[in-house]
Design a protein around this ligand. Sequence first.
Ligand SMILES: [Cu+2]
Length: 834
Amino acid sequence: MHSPLSLLALGLAAALPAIAANAGSIVEVGDTKVSAMMMFVGNSEKVYILDKAEGNNEQVNGHPAWGSVWDIASNQATVMDVKTNVFCASGMHLPNGSYVTFGGNGAITKGGNIGSELNPDGVSAAFDQTYQDFDGRKAIRVLNPCTNSDNFDSAQCQWFDDPSVLSMQKNRWYSAAEPLGDGRIAIIGGFVNGGYVNRNWPNTDPATEGGAAEPTYEFYPSNGEQAQVMQFMIDTSGLNSYAHTFLLKSGKMFVQANISTMIWEPETNQETRLPDMPGGVARVYPASGATAMLPLTPANNYNPTILFCGGSDLPDEAWGNYSWPFVNTWEHPASTDCQRITPEPEDGSSPVYVQDDDMLEGRTMGQFIILPTGKLLVVNGGKNGTAGYADRTLVTLTYGEMPFGMSLASDPALTPAEYDPTAAQGKRWSNSGFQTSNIPRLYHSSAILLPDASVMIAGGNPNVDVNTTAPFPTTYTAEIFYPSYFSATTRPQPQGIPSTLSYGGSSFDITVPTSSYSGSANDAADNTHVAVIRPGWTTHAMNMGQRYLQLNSTYTVNSDGSITLHCSQMPPNANIFQPGPAMVFVVVNGIPSNGTFVTVGSGNIETQPTSDAAALPANVRFDSASGSADGSSTGNNTSNAGGSNTGAIIGGVVGAVVVLGIIGALVGICLSRRRRAANRQDTNLPSAMAGKNSYAMSNAPSGSFATTQAGMGYAVAGAGAGAGAGAGGVGRDEMRGLRSSDSSAFLPVEQGYSGNGAGNGGYNPYSAGGNASREWGASSTNLVPQDHEPYRDSPQMNHQFYPTRENGMSMDGLDPYSDASRMRAGTPTGRRGY
Ligand SMILES: [Cu+2]
């Protein structure tokens, strides 16, 4: 029990969440309870964290946890249950403020071994009795962010994770995800079952790798179309997973993988090739360069430019195959190279890569965080090697000889650096005043912008299962990096930020009180901008969906020194900044306010309504007005980057503000809702799923590879090692022998099981034609017939492939899109299990 004194202390802590922080510092703040492979900021209070299914000490519902929710104000994590193995999924926001994650890996058990209940293919598992994880390769998991005012034990605040109700057409591990202008999400490519790179060697079947690669794309929500082959995925075979994808102004998508680049038309599947990446530097996993879209501003007419920094220029053969790299990656320095490209130049020129300033140090797995100032922070990663893990390479034959355990990277890059996209060339990078971290953040680390404009850094786990004694151990400690503007003691406290932003339409006013700044009001007004930032979904050195847009604005300086900002809505083109949640920061003299959550667009997945942008009034100045904040502490100049490392900020004062009403706005703007199909049949599937093929899969180099390698200047083993890698058969013993690359299993699984499905009109997640996504907004019926529910607790499913689960994998009472679901405010009737 708490004593009265401790209660008082807690009360004070809640009232004064003072976070004194030095600018440029990195502070260890707490335990994420699961290793933060993936994170996203759900709202002003919570960061959601996902790990792969592994043996974390923290338990939830009788099994190791691989999900948690982080309270920003208290730096405390609470475990959450996730049913399926979310190992290396992709993720994205939805227009209503919910978040969704796609795919993952099959069920695994200790040591990354295949789970106990095999799928019919015999090489992947549906479930594991020890870790109690389900096959997550097709999973679509939905989360509606909650706050402390909600009941986190309610289903409405938990992950909806039931592939029998909601899943993709294809198994996808390391897929890309990027929203279109209507809020639908394109899900692109991926492995079927995992591996180091997405190819066999020799690479004789670049399209499907004998069933191990998934070269298609599909949409969520589906409109009923089948997954289509994307030729670019075949042409970039091997280094084509977690492709870098950015929706462009035209509605076409920039896609970069391997060293290739294209513009893709999502509606017609037409591809237009752009130049290759200069210098042969790969930026996708496992080269894992830092990538971001530069801030979209009135000055660049909101036309995207993409920045790539770091990665690896390993020669093609060195990347190896599904099993492991063919060189000792950790001996190869990561790239310092940066390139920019404007994919759709508006001056009629052809898109070209333009050399940018080199990073201060090479990085693989560095990641960009766009700050409210419009500068880009790069954090995490290593100076040598690549992402991924393995227990050997082609030339290092045993785990005992691996110098960094399973890590394929070495020499962690521990000092953040900042890139100013508007600075003169040659002067864009700085790490002046930035502290060096004590915590390596290599493979499976993450970072994201928080609402108080600090940066949360977490994760790091280049290990197949939890390993706290490895050279780079499984890491649970989170850090916060405080950018240079934390030297200010006073932050702007803007008033009047709306809860929604439309695409075009009437302008709105934001007031900056005189207490928010110091010095000349006119100067402050000239040095103020409004930034709409989507921090994205972070995993694998990426922030999927991260975008920064500066609103068009003018100002009126009032006689009392307050400044009224006249702001345009978002540009009237949803491709520029797709619909969904974002934070609004007002930046005065280089000092950002805290971010306020808004919903951009209608909240629905639909063609977004647009209207012409209203004209803004002209600037009005008032010469004698000035701010009333402490003049030395509010950032009197805009060159805050790399500035003083002194001073402190009470960062939590405004950061702890709960934006009442926003949550209601988020959940109140409902997704299209539908009722569940009233009728439900139960069929007994597994007998119909007996048909399966096996694969002959060559995942070892041929003897001739050694000859090829000699020309590359890499020390490689000869044919003997190649033979040792073995041709991956489908025998379970062989499979276990090969498990230790970045996957519990990387043997192909056939998509096209014959049998159940078409014959009875039912849904079969293993059928080639099965479209398990449900349509959105086009029908009042559930497009996923409930006749196949491998995760239900129904007696029919009580068999070896689809075991029941006491804590309720079945969520019959919880259709995330029903009128009675958590997606609808005020009617929380979802429940877990029966
Ligand atoms: Cu991964």
